[in-house]
Design a protein around this ligand. Structure first.
Ligand code: IMP
Ligand code: MG
Length: 180
């Protein structure tokens, strides 16, 4: 494996820009979900830094649970299969659910998870994502809360991985093309 910072060609989103995005999203979500007791569902593992920073800047009571689904199988290429690897402990029935994602790319993962929560009787389901890769979209999927729009490049850091590595980079960086 390569050394941590050496795989990065370019820092796309700095730590400061990430924090500004979290602050703005936290204010929007807090405003919209005042008195709605939302259940925030983080999609593991990529959501961890984002959900931690986002929810600590929110000033409403938000319950948090996690789910693990897989759409990428270790590498940087995609498959259409979405498998539930870890389910929620909390019931979504009658709840205002907010799914927290690190990035929306094709939209396939979210489409499946949203469909599942609707089937299970959620009152509402919305999405908050730190990054949006609009050019990667394969289906109609418009996340309600978007932190930062990014180009169609493979990025790592701040939760995002390449073959389960580089999640601990504090910024979002583009991986050197020759390594992919
Ligand atoms: P989607 O189903 O194509 O929208 O993919 C969503 C998931 O793919 C994200 O939660 C990430 O785990 C992964 N993913 C998409 N783009 C990237 C990227 O540029 N870097 C790392 N992971 C990515
Ligand atoms: Mg993910």
């Amino acid at each position: 494996m390569n050394k941590l910072h050496e795989v990065i060609e370019e820092v796309l989103v700095s730590e400061e820009e990430i924090q500004q995005a979290c602050k703005r999203l936290a204010a929007q979500v807090s405003q919209d979900y005042k008195d709605k007791e939302p259940l925030m569902v983080g999609l593991l593992k990529g959501c961890i830094p984002f959900i931690a920073d986002l929810t600590r800047q929110m000033d409403i009571n938000v319950q948090i649970d996690y789910m693990a689904v897989s759409s990428y199988h270790g590498g940087s290429s995609q498959s259409n299969e979405v498998k539930i690897e870890k389910d929620l402990k909390t019931s979504v029935e009658g709840r205002n659910v907010i799914i927290a994602e690190d990035i929306v790319d094709s939209g396939a993962t979210l489409q499946k998870v949203i469909g599942l929560f609707e089937y299970r009787g959620a009152k509402s389901v919305e999405v908050v994502t730190l990054l949006n890769k609009q050019a990667g979209r394969k289906i109609r999927m418009i996340p309600k809360y978007v932190g930062i729009e990014i180009p169609n490049k493979f990025v790592v850091g701040y939760g995002l991985d390449w073959a389960d590595h580089y999640r601990n980079l504090p910024y979002i960086g583009v991986v050197k093309k020759e390594l992919l």
